[in-house]
Design a binder for this molecule. Structure first.
Ligand code: GLC
Length: 435
């Protein structure tokens, strides 16, 4: 029942949030799904990647166009921005509403978690469209090369981010210490976070700034994020499979690229085990490279590496059994909270008004669903899919996030990536996530 209702909400959102037109600033046509008409009217990279996956269940033409539009914003150096502000009429307001530094006037200078590779693979598997693949694969590969070249920490081999929103987990309490806002009272967290972000962006800001401007040496915020690195390693594995598919069509060089990408994916998994795995807590923790320490807060991101084949089975089982399925921490009535319920910063009722501080998010549930499946927890995965659908069905429109204790909808309305329930509803019948 809730699968039918949640699918109806998802379809409605995908129809309502569709945006097409011509951007004078970018001199390109666009065709994408915005995260939310009121709150987020532009194209956001990881949102769009999730939208494309949801669209494979609704309209595969739109799924292909979504990613083509996104990838058309890549620069000649291979960089793919977090935000693409196509619409000329809405752009002037944007720098006030969103804390961003623009590059060439219409795209952000920051990155997002590279979900795009997983999305390209899913859309290709759903359509078998080789012509489309030949168009979107080169910029996707180029972006992964850009990340390796410009964002690898020399000491750990992991990708680094230079501001919290590059992980997409903007106000997660794990960043409070690095931003100097850990003492903010509950009612002041949101403003304190915005002030800290504004200072960071102002400090980075310069007319000469490009996506490649080196920021590590500034030591303002340098962070190895577990979620970003898991998505990156997963994306490398997706690209390796896609290159093997292309290799099967006759080119030996593609097979060699596939081997290299698979090895890189494995190396990121190994680096996560070496630097982020905490044998005491049985979970993964981010690294704050400025403070030179591991962050201690248990978040949904701490669980995500169970997705990766390169993470050994005993570690994955500990994460799942001690944390994900632990009713005191993450297996709450409406899982999965973005912060463990045992953390002092846990904010299930959205009292701070700040995101990723405890609410449940459908995109994180979606990754964890496939993680549970991959590790053989089929019944638990099905429960998570059903509860995610129930969450979305419980509000009158798709919401940005949901209360893990009471299923209340919070944040933006008609929110795009909650439409991933379409994939979760169809998933029990799918043999693998690549299928
Ligand atoms: C918020 C989220 C970010 C997302 C964006 C658009 O900034 O933190 O992850 O991409 O909204 O939905």
């Amino acid at each position: 029942m809730s699968a039918t209702e949640s699918s109806a909400r998802a379809r409605d959102t995908l129809a309502r949030n569709h945006r097409t037109g011509f951007s004078r600033a970018a001199q390109r046509h666009y065709d994408f799904t915005c995260p939310s008409p009121d709150s987020y009217p532009f194209q956001w990279a990881w949102d769009s990647s999730f939208h494309a996956i949801a669209l494979t269940h609704v309209d595969t033409r739109r799924a292909r166009d979504e990613l083509r539009s996104l990838l058309s914003a890549a620069t000649p150096t291979g960089f793919l921005p977090h935000m693409v502000l196509w619409q000329d009429d809405l752009r002037p307001r944007a720098t006030e509403d969103f804390r961003i530094d623009l590059w060439e006037g219409w795209r952000s200078v920051t990155i997002a978690p590279p979900v795009v590779a997983r999305a390209v693979e899913r859309v290709y598997r759903a359509t078998g469209d080789n012509l489309w693949l030949r168009r979107v694969l080169p910029p996707t590969l180029a972006f992964f090369g850009w990340l390796r070249e410009h964002r690898t920490s020399p000491g750990t081999g992991l990708l680094e981010i230079y501001q919290p929103d590059e992980s997409g987990l903007d106000s997660s309490p794990k960043y409070d210490g690095a931003l100097g806002i850990e003492a903010a009272a509950e009612g002041a967290v949101r403003d304190a976070w915005h002030d800290a972000m504004r200072s960071l962006i102002t400090a980075y800001s310069s007319p000469a700034r490009t996506p490649e401007t080196p920021l590590r040496a500034r030591r303002l915020f340098v962070w190895n994020d577990v979620l970003v690195n898991t998505v990156y390693a997963d994306g490398l594995a997706c690209l390796a499979r896609l290159m093997r598919t292309a290799g099967a069509n006759g080119r030996a060089a593609n097979g060699r690229t596939a081997d290299r990408l698979a090895a890189e994916s494995g190396a990121i998994g190994a680096a996560l085990m070496r630097h982020c795995w905490d044998e005491t807590t049985g979970a993964f923790h981010d690294l704050d490279l400025v403070a030179g320490k591991r962050d201690g807060i248990l978040t949904a991101g701490s669980l995500l590496p169970v997705l990766l084949d390169s993470v050994p089975e005993p570690a994955a089982r500990r994460v799942i059994e001690q944390h994900l399925l632990n009713e005191r921490e993450f297996w709450r009535p409406h899982p999965v909270p973005s912060v463990a319920a045992t953390e002092p910063s846990y904010d299930p009722g959205f009292r701070t008004g700040a995101i990723f501080r405890g609410s449940s998010w459908i995109n994180l549930n979606w990754y964890l669903y496939w993680g549970l499946r991959r590790r053989g927890y089929r019944a638990e995965a099905d429960t998570l899919a059903a509860r995610s659908c129930a969450l979305v069905a419980a509000s009158d429109t798709t919401r940005e996030c949901y209360g893990p204790e009471d299923a209340a909808g919070h944040g933006a309305r008609s929110f795009g990536w909650s439409s991933l329930v379409l994939d979760l509803a169809a998933a029990p019948a799918a043999s693998t996530e690549e299928g």
